[in-house]
Write a protein that binds this ligand. Structure first.
Ligand code: NAD
Ligand code: ZN
Length: 370
């Protein structure tokens, strides 16, 4: 029996989604039906909306959903109706990266997360006129009251937690924290810079504190975000236009440069500055959404001669099934107060939620389902 739902459908590149009635097909054997409780808005939703990723339209975006399992496919034996789940990205489970517990670098990442369908090419959504609508963005398409997701994509969480808060753990927050704790494994006592104090950058800053970093330098162009970074654990905050990153390193008493730099802006100019501000053995993590064709300019001798590293980071190199529970544990212990980033909106006001994020007023808008 098809399931009736409502979804915010994006029909035109660059335009806000519009809420419409839709129907979902029954779960496939390895899928679960999730009634969405709330969904965070990530900057990557805007990148997809604007046509900068290979996402087909019409489509339901949304990839930071949380909700309750309502039905399970015939092969699902580890989730049951009533379970509270956080939805994350999709991975195949059988490529070399998945075999090495690195699902964020799944060899089928793009088709499983961006191509708007299941691995077999089918979509789960139809609009009121019976036309199919692309689904399964990040394996979930959760700007909707309901989503069909693969069981790999759903992480069971404790029912005592405020479920409406938890969806962003599935992407932006996991990405920033994981870049620090998994991708780079920041050492205690090291000096860290985070460029861009949005949801991803602020999560990286909180994680750098957990890792025991010495100096944690936040850079942004939004003064309120710099102030929030200082409250959440940054030791220094600078307006990034007030000097080069090397100037800021010196001002933060890191004359050799930074041991770790996390770029969350996606701006190639800042990446090039960052390479010059790496201390010997320093690592630069590229975390932002860089437009295809962005060029990194690095002096090969500068990298080679002091063992400097530049690495790409997807989803904080996380295995969501273990990393999301770990972040929840840090949150419970008061070490990871990601609730400070969020503001809630009603589903009917999804356009207002998107605008609040894009204007920089709200770090992490979360849309609650009725
Ligand atoms: P965001 O818009 O909340 O944060 C970006 C921050 O960069 C903002 O605070 C903005 O003021 C700041 N900024 C803009 N220009 C700047 C400049 N010149 N100098 C310093 N700061 C500047 O976005 P977010 O949700 O935190 O996401 C950050 C980026 O990470 C986005 O590009 C997003 O698409 C990407 N992302 C990547 C992954 C991944 O797996 N690699 C996952 C999630 C998000
Ligand atoms: Zn995201």
């Amino acid at each position: 029996m098809p399931i009736s739902a409502r979804a915010a459908v994006s029909r035109t590149v660059g335009q806000a989604p519009v809420i419409e009635p839709v129907t979902l097909s029954d779960p496939q054997p390895d899928e679960v039906l999730v009634e969405i409780c709330a969904v965070g808005i990530c900057h990557t939703d805007m990148v997809m909306r604007d046509g900068h990723l290979p996402v087909p339209f019409p489509v339901v975006l949304g990839h930071e959903g949380s909700g309750i399992v309502r039905a399970t496919g015939s092969e699902v034996d580890d989730l049951a109706p009533g379970d509270a789940v956080v939805l994350s990205f999709m991975s195949c489970g059988h490529c070399p990266s998945c075999d090495h517990d690195q699902p964020a670098y799944c060899h089928s990442w793009a088709p499983l997360n961006f191509f708007g369908s299941r691995a077999d090419g089918t979509t789960s959504l139809c609009d009121a006129s019976g036309q199919s609508v692309h689904s399964h963005i990040f394996g979930q398409s959760s700007f909707a009251t309901h989503a069909l997701v693969n069981r790999r994509n759903a992480v069971r969480v404790d029912p005592d937690l405020p479920l409406e808060l938890l969806g962003p753990l599935g992407c932006g927050i996991q990405t920033g924290a994981g870049a620090v704790l998994n991708s780079c494994r920041v050492r205690a006592g090291s000096n860290v810079a985070v460029i861009g104090a949005g949801a991803v950058g602020l999560s990286a800053i909180m994680a750098a504190r957990i890792a025991g970093a010495s100096r944690v330098v936040a850079l942004d162009i939004n003064d309120a975000r710099i102030a929030l970074a200082l409250e959440l654990g940054a030791s220094h905050g600078f307006h990034s236009a007030s000097g080069t990153l090397l100037d800021h390193a010196r001002a933060a008493d890191c004359p050799a440069g930074f041991d770790y730099i996390f770029d969350t802006t996606g701006l190639a100019d800042l990446v090039n500055q960052a390479i010059l501000a790496l201390a010997p053995l320093g690592e630069l993590a590229l975390v932002g959404a860089y437009p295809f064709g962005s060029r990194v300019i690095a002096d090969a001798a500068h990298l080679m001669s002091a063992g400097r590293v530049v690495r790409g980071v997807v989803e904080g190199s996380a295995d969501p099934q273990s990393f999301i529970p770990l972040l929840i544990d840090h949150y419970r212990q008061g070490r990871f107060p990601f609730d400070r980033l969020v503001e809630f909106f009603e589903f009917e006001d999804i356009e207002g939620a998107i605008a609040a994020g894009e204007s920089g007023r709200v770090v992490k808008p979360i849309v609650r389902m009725p």
